[in-house]
Design a protein. Structure first.
Length: 124
């Protein structure tokens, strides 16, 4: 499934859009792994927009950012992330707002419970 992500970097007046393919399932069938893939893809896309020459496979930590699920215009929902680097919005997705919020919260809670590896450079 293709996911459109709009990225705004702090200090820039322009936005960019990238298309990711983080999961094969449709949103209504997403698991926590699928949601983690979407969030990771969004963070990686932001990092690549900010640091085009950076290693595209740097580790991603799913912590240190704010997120929200919002209704999108006439149907679906979007995921919005904000961190000191800037913001990213992905979607719209055909999934209930409450269900996607629950899935993201579980993914973020699990990431917080996992200790980070000292000495690694992570994107978050």
């Amino acid at each position: 499934m293709d996911v459109s992500v709009d990225i705004w970097l702090r200090g820039s007046h322009d936005a960019s859009t990238v298309v990711l393919t983080p999961t094969a399932r449709e949103p209504r069938a997403w698991t926590e792994d699928d949601v983690a893939g979407v969030l990771t893809g969004m963070l990686r896309a932001m990092d690549q927009a900010s640091n085009p020459g950076a290693d595209p496979d740097r580790p991603i930590a799913l912590r240190g950012f704010s997120w929200i699920v919002n209704p999108f215009e006439s149907s679906g929902v979007v995921i919005a992330l904000e961190l000191s680097l800037g913001a990213a919005v992905a979607g719209p997705f055909d999934i209930e707002e409450r269900e996607l919020t629950r899935l993201i919260q579980r993914v973020v809670d699990a990431a917080r419970a996992t200790p980070s590896v000292a000495g690694t450079t992570t994107i978050h």
